[in-house]
Design a protein around this ligand. Structure first.
Ligand code: SF4
Length: 703
């Protein structure tokens, strides 16, 4: 324990590595004798979401922020090499090149690509920057790969998309919990005690996952489903609920619409066929359906395993049908949760960095919404560009020379997009690429100008965690070197582009004040939230339309925000993925996270402790399958699909289906799983089918 005289600074902050947003205290102390390195002590801090817990990522989140690899000055590429530049030089270069692109090809030739880890203030400002300072319709962000399926399904079914419709604290009240395609034990570890507590209280835990994950280890029922068949499985569960007489007729009659059409469809569902398709026996489907249907309370969670499919939107709607059919929503211990992955996965999707969206979940195609936001921004609504395209479609437009200059903030699209080879080719020929990042990421390496940004420790702002609770992360730490806050960069660049009056902000709180007003009356209404209130209350749930009223964590207690007040049932047509295993590509590849890494690993690969846990990427494969393809444990293998290939080490596991392999998503270059993933998109929400690419594998030594 450092003495008070050793302490240089004590910082209250939030972990940057997932959507729980655990609060923490970082104590910085003098170097020990004989050393010149400051020492850091990390402790969890009390808060309602994580109750003071931290996982290994949080405990080591200071390491990348203090890494010697931090970019500290703007860089401009000259003659193929990066050279240090002043901010004035870098920003003037960007202004000149963006203006030249816009004058030659029109404003839509400049694109903006954001991220789900940006604060609410930066996400809001990025949308405003794209539409006012650049006048482009092309803005989207990496959350498209994270939340789009659940968000669009939630909006269609409930009328609004808030990740968790209840509070985290309600989880132990649930008597049955379905965790579909979510590995909380590795992705949001500090939430696990809520589930173990529920289990102690007698809850049945059902896990749906092709792998026996650390989360599946606590399951009472594990449905080890074939990848890409979750929508069908949800239909099977619904059919069994109906056959077992477990429908909540009162709730269906009073609170929902569309059940009549769905009922007709249910009669056509054959559980035996679904068992065949999903690989789950009829008995297990029925057992799970009875456990959920009979329980007095229950919560269903979905995450990327269900959502990152080319019918992810429909798969989520299938699970929402179960919630409505049993009336398990709008009361304690009941609800639905889309388990967000990114640090601000919830807030990042609410304030306008999506191609079809304006702040407060307003629609960019709705004339009333356009007029409202235009008034807040002080512009003519006609100045607001229309809807653009989704993140991967933007990359296709870069490849097709439609988007000729690109501004990337807080994202690493070369690694995170499907079909990474096409993305890499596109960015290589992009006429002018700007990247704002803390590190020389795989995308930054390809840039013409790199702008160094502050880390979470140095940047004040709000983030909205997975339960829809807005949290204030304050900082009194000096930005290192020449780094700047991302929102400040946007203000300076906007001023250089001649739009200073729209971007007069001196601090994050001033941006939040405008965001509050811009979101007022929208579905994600932040009007009642202020920095002072966040300081006083520790966090506030949205919707929060009034500064002096409490906000509620439990949604839909009385009505759903559809015009008739009812939630909507949907007939779920499960659609097979375009790709299915064949002679040439016999295995289905799914991807995901490991405990010690975050997103594309730009930050966690620069943390010594976290990187040491997984230095290289790997492919998890069943030993029987491995033997079939002459693959030894731990050897390098080449994984090939119709798009391309990557090279990783094999890792045997008898915890995965024999027809499926799993590869983490945290590495770039030759180890990038996305060199092989399919770019087929869900037609409803444009989510790529990351979880259902088919591949072949051969040992590198046999190539
Ligand atoms: Fe908490 Fe998530 Fe950070 Fe772990 S990674 S400490 S669960 S916010």
């Amino acid at each position: 324990e450092p003495t008070s005289s050793d302490k240089l600074n004590v910082i209250q902050t939030q972990c940057p590595f997932c959507s729980v947003q655990c609060k923490m205290q970082v104590t910085i102390t003098e170097p020990a004798e004989g050393s010149n390195r400051l020492s850091y002590t990390i402790e969890g801090a009390a808060n309602a979401a994580s109750e003071g817990r931290l996982c290994v990522k949080g405990m080591n989140a200071h390491q990348h922020a203090t890494s010697t690899e931090r970019l500290l000055h703007p860089l401009i590429k000259r003659g193929g090499k990066f050279v240090e530049a002043t901010w004035e030089e870098a920003l003037r270069t960007i202004r000149d090149r963006f203006q030249a692109t816009s004058q030659t090809y029109g404003p839509d030739a400049v694109g903006v690509y954001g991220g789900g880890s940006l604060t609410n203030e930066t996400a809001y400002l990025l949308g405003k920057f794209a539409r006012i300072a650049l006048g482009t319709k092309y803005i989207d962000y990496n959350g498209r790969f994270c939340m789009s399926a659940a968000a669009s399904a939630g909006t269609k079914v409930f009328g609004v998309d808030r990740g968790l419709t209840c509070r985290l604290a309600d989880i132990p009240l649930a008597k049955c919990i379905i965790l579909a395609g979510t590995n909380i034990a590795e992705c949001q570890p500090t939430l696990m005690p809520y589930f173990t507590k529920a289990k102690e209280n007698g809850a049945t835990i059902i896990v749906i996952d092709p792998r026996v994950t650390a989360t599946a280890a606590i399951a009472d029922i594990h449905l080890q489903v074939k990848p890409g068949t979750d929508a069908a499985l949800a239909n099977g569960l619904l059919k069994a609920i109906e056959e077992e007489g477990l429908l909540n007729e009162k709730f269906i009659g009073e609170k929902t619409s569309g059940f009549y059409e769905l009922k007709k469809n249910i009669s056509t569902i054959d559980i035996d066929q679904i068992a065949e398709l999903t690989g789950i026996s009829e008995a297990d489907i029925r057992k799970a359906a009875i456990a959920y249907g009979k329980a007095d309370t229950g919560i269903i969670f979905t995450a990327r395993g269900v959502e990152q499919q080319t019918d992810g939107h429909m798969a989520v709607r299938g699970f929402l049908n179960l919630v409505l059919a049993t009336g398990k929503i709008g009361k304690p211990g009941c609800g639905y949760g889309a388990v967000t992955g990114q640090a601000n996965g919830q807030g990042g999707r609410e304030h306008g960095q999506k191609s079809d969206q304006l702040p407060g979940y307003r629609s960019i195609e709705n004339e009333h919404d356009r007029a409202y936001v235009a008034k807040v921004w002080g512009i003519d609504p006609a100045m607001l560009p229309r809807k653009g395209v989704s993140a991967y479609e933007m990359m296709e437009l870069v490849h097709q020379d439609v988007i000729r200059s690109l501004f990337v903030m807080g994202s690493n699209p070369v690694v995170s997009n499907p079909n990474a080879t096409l993305v890499e080719e596109g960015l290589a020929k992009c006429e002018f690429l700007v990247v704002a990042d803390m590190f020389m990421s795989e995308t930054a390496r390809m840039a013409d100008v790199i702008l160094p940004v502050t880390s979470y420790i140095e940047n004040t702002g709000t983030l909205t965690n997975l339960e829809g609770r807005v949290l204030l992360r304050e900082s009194n730490v000096q930005a290192p070197g020449g780094t700047k806050n991302d929102w400040a960069i946007l203000c300076e660049l906007a001023a250089l582009l001649g739009h200073e009056s729209y971007f007069p902000f001196q601090n994050a709180e001033q941006i939040f004040e405008e965001l509050r007003v811009a979101s007022r009356g929208g579905l994600a209404d932040y009007y009642g939230i202020t920095y002072d209130r966040l300081r006083r209350e520790g966090g506030v749930y949205w919707p929060c339309p009034s500064p002096d009223k409490p906000s509620s964590g439990i949604m839909f207690q009385n009505f759903f925000p559809h015009p008739d007040g009812r939630a909507v049932f949907t007939v779920v047509e499960s659609r097979a993925p375009q790709e299915t295993p064949c002679e040439q590509y016999p295995l289905t590849m799914t991807n995901g996270r490991v405990l010690s890494h975050y997103l594309t690993g730009v930050q966690t690969r620069r943390s010594k402790t976290l990187a040491a846990r997984n230095m290289d990427n790997f492919i998890e494969i069943h030993p029987k399958t491995a033997k079939q393809y002459w693959i030894e444990e731990g050897e390098w293998v080449v994984v090939q699909s119709r798009r391309g290939s990557f090279t990783v080490r094999s890792r045997y596991s008898d915890q995965i289906r024999e027809d499926t392999v799993f590869v983490p998503m945290h590495w770039g270059g030759a180890q990038n799983v996305n060199r092989a993933t399919s770019p087929e998109l869900d037609p409803n929400c444009k989510m790529p089918g990351f979880k259902t690419s088919v591949v072949s594998i051969i040992p590198l030594r046999l190539q």
